[in-house]
Design a binder for this molecule. Structure first.
Ligand SMILES: C[S@@+](CC[C@H](N)C(=O)[O-])C[C@H]1O[C@@H](n2cnc3c(N)ncnc32)[C@H](O)[C@@H]1O
Length: 375
């Protein structure tokens, strides 16, 4: 009896210490204190949950999955409330099936949990690609039915289920995805041997006279500004527009741009920018547009006569559709559709080349690099 009381007091003191360290932001020491609690009582559910939370914050997903998995078993599936962190941990560990299960539970517990919706989209794509495409479609369909207004469900739920095909990726989804990518975008995309800005730079060099900083240039969907170094030599003025504030902040750091706007690109171009640009470049951006007419018409209006448009799209190879929404959330376009949409917008096709834009899961992502002109 006396021994149990001593042990209980010891645990209380350790818990108080762990909480205090956590409040002070000292995650390492807080984790140690929770480990000490768990050394005395391996089934201490609060300690397991807090230790799991800290592990997520420290990007230690093995520990997070272990702690939170044990807490879930002890609490029971219905009472357990930490599915957001558990789902993230499973996703980061590549355990796609368990990630999808946990994140579905997270969004059903709290439909307003945007982080879980976003992580569910990523996990579902991986589950579809690597584990069980049919079950992924079923889960995606149910997600879309339950949360038709959530941006991730509307786009990735639609993309994975194949039930509906939005004409364009919704702006909230795009902004959220790229705000999330922004801190590591340049490193991650380099690992995928991303080439779109270089491919477009080559097309531009073939068409335009030597760069002499004389043109008005727009980097449409500029992201972190990877195309900026190729466009700057041509530009008296270089503008960039993008939906993601955090991508734009990264572009700003590179120092190539005279003006950066956080905006949807068609809306941006609709705002009195008729005939504003000699050159518009859109590297790996139109893969977030299904129907291309709206963007092409906006580009055509914004170009001066004699101006040039260069862009990439991902290439649809297997279907007769004009475009297809891939489970990744990106659109793939048919060559004939790109050509027809350019013609409808009054843009003359000058060059169209097939190329590998980057790699995904080790496979080449094939695309079209296009140069069109406004007469
Ligand atoms: C894959 S990144 C490419 C960024 C940059 N062009 C590059 O080559 O590194 C796609 C970018 O397009 C932006 N984007 C997608 N749809 C957009 C839209 N409708 N309006 C503005 N930006 C958009 C995204 O926010 C993202 O930064």
């Amino acid at each position: 009896m006396a021994k149990a009381a001593t042990r209980g007091r010891g645990i209380d003191a350790l818990l108080a210490d762990a909480e205090e360290r956590y409040r002070q932001g000292d995650l390492e020491q807080s984790a140690k204190a929770y480990d000490a609690v768990l050394a005395r009582d391996s089934d201490h559910i609060d300690a397991l949950e807090w230790r799991g939370e800290i592990a997520v914050q420290l990007d230690d997903y093995e520990t997070a999955a272990d702690m939170l998995g044990r807490a879930r078993t002890l609490r029971g599936d219905d009472a357990f409330a930490e599915y957001t962190n558990l789902g993230l941990a499973y996703y980061e560990l590549g355990r796609a099936r368990e990630a999808v299960d946990a994140l579905v539970r997270a969004v059903r517990r709290d439909g307003g949990d945007l982080v879980s919706h976003s992580n569910l989209g990523k996990a579902l794509y991986e589950y579809h690609h690597k584990v069980d495409a049919e079950d992924a479609r079923r889960v995606a369909d149910d997600w879309l039915k339950r949360f038709p207004d959530n941006p991730d469900a509307r786009h990735i739920g639609a993309a994975v289920s194949g039930r509906v095909k939005p004409e364009i990726a919704n702006a909230d989804y795009v902004a959220d995805v790229f705000d999330d990518y922004a801190p590591n975008f340049d490193e991650k995309i380099a690992e995928l041997s991303y080439q779109a800005p270089e491919i477009l730079a080559r097309l531009i060099a073939e068409r335009l006279p030597k760069p002499d900083q004389s043109l008005s240039v727009l980097d449409a969907g500029c992201g972190t500004g990877l195309a900026g170094k190729h466009l700057r030599p041509y530009a008296a003025r270089l503008d960039g527009v993008d939906l993601s504030q955090k991508m734009i902040a990264k572009a700003e750091e590179k120092g190539f741009y005279d003006m950066l706007a956080r905006a949807e690109l068609i809306s941006f171009l609709d705002e009195e920018r008729d005939g504003a640009y000699d050159l518009i470049a859109a590297a790996d951006v139109l893969c977030y547009f299904g129907a291309l007419d709206g963007a092409f018409v906006a580009f055509a209006h914004a170009l001066k006569s004699g101006g040039s448009l260069v862009f990439t799209v991902e290439k649809e190879v297997e279907s007769d559709d004009e475009y297809r929404l891939d489970p990744s959330g990106r659109y793939k376009h048919a060559k004939a559709y790109v050509e027809a949409a350019l013609a409808r917008a009054g843009l003359r096709l000058e060059r169209l080349e097939s190329d590998v834009l980057r790699y995904e899961y080790g496979e080449p992502v094939r695309g079209l690099a296009v140069l069109a002109a406004k007469d």
